[in-house]
Design a protein. Structure first.
Length: 364
C-alpha cells in the first residue's frame, strides 16, 4: 500500500550526504556540464536533437512495454507497417512531441501542473491510453503490478484519487520554491514524488521521465533535450523499480539518489559520444558535396536526412520548401555520393535512407 500520505514532504535529505553521494553528485554535475557545452562546439547542434530525443522516447516507451524502436518512427508514413507497430511508433513520436511542447511552455511558465497536464494530453493523443482521460488527474484508484494482478497483490498502490489534486499542488509548490537546492537532487525528488503520486490513469512513467529533462532545462543545466536518462533506467529496470520502491517503503532517499545520479552521469557520457559520432558523420557527408554547384539547397537536403533518416522527395519538399523536382535531383545526388542509399520504390514512392546515421543510433 502507499505510504506517501504518512511521509513528510518535502523530505529531509540532510542525512543522505556522505562522501560517496557527494562524489557522485560532483561527477554527475561535471558530465552534465560538459553535455551542456557540446551543442556550441558542433557543426550544427540542431541536427542532434531529433536523433537523441528519439532515443530517449524509444527507451522511455520500452520501459512501459512498447516494442517499437526509433527506426519504426522514422518509417512512419513511408514504409509499410503493421497496425500494432504503427500504434507503438506513435507512442514514441508522441513522447518527442510532448518534450518539445514542454520546452515551449517553459519559455513562458514554470514547470507546473498546467505543463504536466498538457504534455500528458499530447503523450496519449491517438495512442494507447487515449480513452483514459488524457490531461486530467485520475478520479479512480489504480495499482501497479503484473498484468491481471488485483489490488491486493499489487507491487504498489498509489494514493486514493481524492488526495491526488492536493498532492500535485504540493509538488508544484516544491518545484517553485526549490531553487536554493541542487537541481540534480531536486530532479530526483520530483521524479520519485510524481511516480509515487501516479496522478494519471495511464502514462505516468513516461511523464515522470519527461519531467527530469524538462526540469534540467528549466534550471539551465541543459539548453536542448540531448540527455536521455531512460536509456539507463531501461537497461537497469529492476534496480530502477527497486530504488524507487525503497523510498516508498523505507524513505531510503540515499539509494535512490545514488542510482539516479549515476544514471544521469552514464547517459550524459552516452549523449556526448553519440553527439560526436553524429557530428563527425555530418562533417564527412558535407565535405563530399561542398564542391557541388547546388550549394545551400543540397546542404539543406543533407540536413533533412539527419532529421528524417527515411525520406522521400515529397517529404523533403515539405520540410524545406524546395520544389519537388529539385528534391528528386538532390536526393539522387546524395545517393550518388553514397551519403544516403536509394531503397527503391515502396508504397508508390522512391525511398532514400541515411543508413550510416541509422547504424549509429541502432548501436547505442
Amino acid at each position: 500500500m502507499s505510504n506517501i500520505l504518512a511521509h513528510k514532504f518535502p523530505p529531509d535529505l540532510s542525512n543522505i550526504y556522505d562522501e560517496e553521494l557527494a562524489n557522485q553528485l560532483a561527477q554527475t554535475q561535471g558530465w552534465i556540464g560538459s553535455l551542456k557545452q557540446t551543442p556550441r562546439l558542433l557543426t550544427n547542434a540542431s541536427l542532434l536533437m531529433r536523433p537523441i530525443l528519439g532515443k530517449e522516447a524509444e527507451a522511455s516507451s520500452q520501459l512501459e512495454g512498447t516494442q517499437a524502436s526509433i527506426d519504426d518512427v522514422f518509417k512512419m508514413g513511408i514504409i509499410g507497417q503493421t497496425s500494432e507497430k504503427k500504434h507503438e511508433a506513435l507512442e514514441i513520436l508522441n513522447y518527442e512531441k510532448a518534450m518539445l511542447e514542454g520546452i515551449e511552455i517553459l519559455k513562458k511558465f514554470d514547470l507546473n501542473n498546467f505543463l504536466i497536464r498538457s504534455i500528458h494530453k499530447t503523450l496519449l493523443r491517438g495512442a494507447r491510453g487515449k480513452s483514459k482521460n488524457p490531461g486530467e488527474f485520475r478520479k479512480k484508484a489504480v495499482w501497479i503490478g503484473q498484468s491481471g494482478t488485483g489490488k491486493g497483490e499489487a507491487r504498489y498502490v498509489p494514493p486514493d484519487p481524492v488526495h491526488v489534486e492536493q498532492l500535485m499542488e504540493n509538488l508544484e509548490k516544491f518545484i517553485a520554491t526549490s531553487n536554493h537546492m541542487n537541481p540534480l537532487i531536486v530532479a530526483g525528488v520530483i521524479h520519485h514524488r510524481f511516480e509515487a503520486i501516479h496522478p494519471f490513469e495511464d502514462g505516468n512513467g513516461r511523464v515522470g521521465r519527461l519531467l527530469i529533462t524538462l526540469y534540467l532545462i528549466k534550471r539551465e543545466l541543459l539548453e536542448i533535450p540531448i540527455l536521455y536518462p531512460s536509456g539507463y533506467f531501461e537497461k537497469h529496470k529492476r534496480y530502477y523499480m527497486s530504488a524507487l520502491s525503497k523510498v516508498d517503503k523505507k524513505q531510503d532517499w540515499r539509494s535512490w539518489m545514488l542510482f539516479f545520479l549515476k544514471g544521469l552521469e552514464e547517459q550524459a557520457k552516452v549523449s556526448l559520444k553519440l553527439s560526436t559520432k553524429i557530428d563527425e558523420l555530418f562533417k564527412r557527408s558535407k565535405a563530399k558535396i561542398e564542391t557541388e554547384t547546388a550549394g545551400l539547397g543540397l546542404i539543406k537536403a543533407l540536413e533533412a536526412t539527419f532529421s528524417r533518416p527515411y525520406i522521400t522527395a515529397p517529404i523533403l519538399s515539405k520540410m524545406t520548401g524546395i520544389p519537388r523536382p529539385t528534391c528528386v535531383r538532390y536526393l539522387n545526388k546524395l545517393a550518388e555520393k553514397r551519403i544516403i542509399n536509394d531503397r527503391g520504390i515502396q508504397i508508390k514512392q522512391r525511398i532514400y535512407a541515411n543508413d550510416k546515421l541509422r547504424s549509429i543510433l541502432n548501436k547505442i
